[in-house]
Ligand binder design. Structure first.
Ligand code: KG4
Ligand code: ZN
Length: 343
């Protein structure tokens, strides 16, 4: 089955062609980062308008790369939520219009299920069951995964998502958008041990997270340095490193706890923050002690992309799922509401 995948939940237009027999044939992405950078964050209306401009040229591009014709496509998968409603509607209406014109089925895919399954596109895919740490700009969740659509939420952030904490903290210490890669870059030159920030909610049981206090702690430290006349680049790097270490160690402690609680030893990390090298390293070190393994997607498939939507959609379409012709999207959509695939 050849599936066209469309992703438009936020500030990236992602398009891909995935074939159930031949694997990923092509993927193309247009990132709107430059468009939103001047505003220090995503402007929803600008995002929607840009998706409209990029969608059809990207679809033509993937067809050309894969040497396929529109008539070869068997079904269309699009992100139906969670995300920005206007942006989601662009992908949904485009998918439904093409499906109608081409006489093929369309299916709305859950964005976080797309992220969760993205490591399946790699050479050594994880086997069910596993624990997944979903860390994106909008979500921080620990999930027990027993199969596609068989999800049990173990814990989540009570306030900011991990990616959101990176983005907001970066802004507070004068860095650009998106903040995750910026902080990661500065942290490479940071002096370990100069600052040590709290590891929120690790001193009590449970698998929930809270990152908003850490953001304020980081700002206070940076402001105290500046008030003392030290706003050097080195200090900014030291603050960035201390923040990143606090997030990474907090996530690692909670992952270890989730593995212990479930008795599983394989961990999948997915979403934009799973591109963070310090996080990958810390988790690999922790898992080595448990004879476990950490799985993640290539960096381009950690952040938003069309390939993960084509892949996730393909699995569900193969199982016979498809939508009616209505154009429906959801800003909020708990992943546990998804139906399980018959195994
Ligand atoms: O999954 P994603 O592309 O979009 C959402 O679904 O939200 O995640 C974007 C988030 C942003 O907050 C960005 O700062 C963060 O992922 N991010 C990173 C890194 N690369 C992207 N955070 C930490 N380190 C990175 N290397
Ligand atoms: Zn995402």
């Amino acid at each position: 089955m050849l599936v066209l995948g469309l992703e438009t939940s936020c500030d990236e237009t992602g398009v891909a062609l995935y074939d159930s027999e031949r694997g990923l044939l092509a993927d193309a992405l247009f990132s709107q980062i430059d468009l939103h950078r001047v505003y220090g964050g995503v402007v929803p209306e600008l995002a929607s308008r840009d998706h409209v401009k990029r969608m059809l040229p990207l679809i033509r591009e993937v067809l050309e790369t894969a040497a396929c014709k529109a008539s070869d496509i068997d079904a269309i998968a699009y992100t139906a939520g969670p995300g920005l409603v206007g942006a989601l509607l662009v992908g949904a209406s485009c998918a439904q219009a093409l499906a109608l014109a081409w006489g093929i089925p369309a299916l709305g895919v859950h964005h976080m299920e797309g992220h969760l399954l993205a490591p399946m596109l790699e050479e050594t895919p994880p086997q069910f069951p596993f624990v997944a740490l979903l860390v994106s700009g909008g979500h921080t969740q620990l999930v027990r995964v027993d199969g596609i659509g068989r999800y049990q939420l173990l814990g989540e952030s009570l306030d900011d998502a991990a990616g959101e904490a990176f983005d907001k903290t970066a802004k507070l210490i004068g860095l650009g958008y998106p903040g995750g890669p910026e902080i990661a870059r500065l942290a490479l030159s940071g002096a370990p041990g100069r600052f040590v920030f709290p590891r929120p909610m690790t001193d009590r049981p449970g698998l929930d997270f809270s990152f908003s206090g850490l953001k304020t702690f980081t700002l206070n430290t940076w402001q105290q340095c500046r008030a003392a006349g030290d706003d050097s680049e080195q200090t900014r790097c030291d603050v960035a490193l201390a923040f990143q270490q606090a997030v990474v160690e907090t996530l690692t402690i909670k992952c270890q706890r989730a593995l212990k609680q479930t008795g599983l030893n394989n961990l999948v990390i997915a979403g934009g923050v799973s591109a963070n090298l310090a996080l990958r390293q810390a988790l690999a070190t922790m898992l080595a002690k448990f004879n476990g393994q950490v799985f993640y997607a290539r960096p381009a498939f950690c952040t938003d992309n069309g390939a993960m939507i084509a892949y996730a959609g393909c699995q569900r379409l193969l199982a016979g799922q498809q939508d009616g012709p209505a154009i429906e999207v959801q800003a909020r959509w708990p992943m546990e509401q998804l139906p399980p695939l018959a195994s």
